[in-house]
Design a protein around this ligand. Structure first.
Ligand SMILES: [Zn+2]
Length: 195
C-alpha cells in the first residue's frame, strides 16, 4: 500500500477541520491523493488556525456531556491540584489519555479500567454539558486522534474523564498503582507546564 508519490500535481485543496474549511494550493499525489505538506502549506495552516481561533472561537470549544458522578469525581481529583479550574483539569486528562493510548502497554490499562463498577455507572446516569476551550494546536491534536480512533471529539474528552477518574477511585492494586505512579504525576506535569 505504500505509495512513493511519484506523480504530483499542484491543486487547490479544501480540508475540513472540525467543521471549518481550510483551502490552499497544495501538491497532491495523483495516485494516492495524499496532500504533501511542506513548510509553506504548514505555515498557511497555522496562520489560518490562529485566524479561526479569533473569528470562530466556538469551534475550539468542545461540549462534552458528563455524568453527575463523573463531575463529583472530577471535584475530588481537583482537590489534589489546588487552584486549578475543572476545564484545565479536563484538558490535561484528555491529553494524558491520548498520550497513554499511544503505547500498547498503557493503552491496555485504559481498557482494563473500563471494567470497573464506577466506569460502568457513568453511562447510566443523567448527563450534563461541560464546555471546554482548547488551543488551536490542542484542537488539531484532537482532530487527528478523532480520525485515528474513529471516535468523535466530545467522546474522546468524555472517555478521558471517565477512565482517568475511574483510576482515581479504583481499589484494584494494579490499577491503583498505575494511577499513583503514572497518571497522577503526569497530571501534575501537564498542569504545571500550562500554568
Ligand atoms: Zn502517493
Amino acid at each position: 500500500m505504500d505509495c512513493n508519490h511519484i506523480i504530483i500535481t499542484k491543486k487547490m485543496v479544501k480540508i475540513d477541520y472540525f467543521g471549518l474549511t481550510f483551502s490552499a494550493k497544495m501538491e497532491v499525489c495523483e495516485a494516492c491523493k495524499a496532500y504533501l505538506w511542506n513548510t509553506d502549506s504548514k505555515e498557511k495552516l497555522n496562520l489560518w488556525l490562529s485566524e479561526q481561533k479569533k473569528t470562530n472561537r466556538d469551534r475550539f470549544v468542545v461540549q462534552a456531556s458528563l455524568s453527575n458522578t463523573a463531575k463529583e469525581c472530577l471535584d475530588e481529583v481537583s482537590k489534589d491540584y489546588p487552584g486549578i479550574q475543572t476545564s484545565a483539569l479536563i484538558r490535561a486528562m484528555t491529553f494524558i489519555f491520548l498520550h497513554f493510548m499511544e503505547k500498547p502497554e498503557t493503552a491496555e490499562m485504559f481498557e482494563m479500567v473500563t471494567g470497573s463498577e464506577i466506569y460502568e455507572s457513568f453511562a447510566k446516569q443523567e448527563k450534563h454539558i461541560v464546555k471546554i476551550q482548547f488551543s488551536s494546536s490542542g484542537m488539531m491534536d484532537l482532530h487527528s486522534w478523532s480520525k485515528i480512533l474513529q471516535i468523535k471529539i466530545p467522546k474522546i474528552v468524555e472517555e478521558a474523564v471517565y477512565r482517568i477518574t475511574s483510576f482515581h477511585v479504583e481499589s484494584d492494586p494494579k490499577l491503583k498503582a498505575f494511577w499513583e505512579t503514572q497518571i497522577s504525576p503526569q497530571i501534575s506535569l501537564v498542569l504545571k507546564s500550562v500554568a
